[in-house]
Write a protein that binds this ligand. Structure first.
Ligand code: GDP
Length: 356
């Protein structure tokens, strides 16, 4: 983990990620380096320490909190004599477990195949360079080419299916826009409490769990708010630090709902020590998906655990910028509904225009 301020917090977050994938964490090794090692990513001293620890604690699998090159992964596997899963593969795995909708499943499968394909290609060039192609020609090469072609075909089919689903969704969105209904998207760091807040606002039973990425697919529901009327609320996939860029691309369709929203509720775990870092991380992703100019209210959630009272904070122009709530205790929700109504009044007349 490089150039990052809080190794311990990141290690804890990674443990949560591992648990979300169904792993039981036996031991954690934190390595601090300025520059990754080409062969093993971590230094030989740390590697040795980790190997000894793994041998003494009956470990089945090694999870690595960094994207590894195929060569690094193989070298580390050799050192441990165990299967190694890097951060990208782990996150993909969790996404695969969580995807519920047809579209979500297609997106995950596409991202997994793309990840696999880059590995096949790189593995091939790596071996070719190392061994001058000897022993890699003939059936081995043909098999590899066939694998690549089969995956390529599958990727094409998935892309076509996805764009069909996306077209359908755009049509649905347009018809909603014509009705002049305001759309609100919940965004935020994973585990901030988006699903819980979504449930509290819509009184529905969306899945909430103390796991990362409990929400993978965008869930949308129509609610009625006094002084605001009909509002469409969407719960989105949780953002996370260093989300692999390949995943950001693959999940753009999911996040598209966010880009189209009239108002963002940026849900924050007010009780987290990493709160400010997480806010920055989410803002970074919002910028990447082209959503940074959408009006946004910061919702400081979990005030019951953070020791705040429900309240509303305005900026100098009188616009509401922060609302303090507890989605769990359902406190401060009237204030939040009022904030949504006020925001609708401000953007209200532009809703139809914004959509087109
Ligand atoms: P998401 O990943 O942002 O959708 O987060 P979830 O809604 O799944 O919530 C993550 C965890 O935080 C769950 O264990 C929730 O019960 C918990 N949580 C959510 N809201 C609150 C809150 O207001 N107070 C407290 N103490 N915990 C909360």
């Amino acid at each position: 983990d490089f150039g990052k301020p809080d190794y311990q917090a990141h290690a804890e977050e990674f443990e949560m990620l591992a648990k979300s994938a169904g792993a039981e964490v036996v031991a954690t090794v934190v390595a601090k380096r300025d520059k990754p090692d080409a062969a093993h990513f971590i230094g030989s001293g740390k590697l040795e320490e980790a190997v000894l620890l793994a041998e003494s604690s009956d470990v089945d699998i090694i999870l690595f909190d960094q994207p590894l090159s195929p060569a690094q992964q193989r070298n580390i596997e050799r050192a441990f004599k165990l299967r190694v899963v890097d951060r990208v593969a782990l996150i993909l795995d969790i996404f695969a477990l969580r995807a519920k909708s047809h579209e979500g499943k297609l997106q995950v499968e596409l991202a997994q195949l793309q990840h696999l394909m880059t590995r096949l290609t790189r593995m091939w060039t790596h071996l070719e360079r190392q061994r001058g192609g000897i022993g890699m020609r003939g059936p081995g090469e043909a098999q590899l080419e066939m694998d690549k072609r089969m995956i390529g075909d599958k990727v094409k089919v998935l892309r076509e299916r996805l764009s069909k689903v996306e077209r359908q969704r755009t049509t649905q969105r347009r018809s909603r826009a014509r009705g002049g209904v305001m759309s609100v998207s919940l965004v935020g760091y994973t585990n901030a409490g988006k699903s819980t807040l979504f449930n509290a606002l819509t009184r529905a039973g969306a899945y909430a769990a103390d796991q990362l990425f409990a929400t993978l697919d965008t869930t949308t529901r129509r609610i009625w708010i006094e002084d605001a009327g009909q509002v469409v609320v969407s719960d989105t996939v949780g953002f996370i630090r260093d989300l692999p860029t390949t995943l950001i691309a693959a999940f753009k369709a999911t996040l598209e709902e966010t880009v189209q929203a009239d108002l963002l509720l940026h849900v924050i775990d007010a009780s987290s020590a990493q709160r400010d870092e997480q806010i920055l991380e989410v803002n970074k992703v919002l910028e990447e998906i082209g959503a940074k100019d959408i009006p946004c209210i910061l919702v400081y959630n979990k005030i019951d655990a953070a020791g705040y009272e429900p309240k509303i904070e305005r900026n100098e122009e009188g616009r509401i910028v922060r609302v303090f709530v507890s989605a769990l205790d359902r406190t401060g929700l009237d204030g939040l509904r009022g904030a949504i109504a006020e925001a609708k009044e401000k953007i209200g007349n532009n809703v139809a225009n914004l959509k087109n």
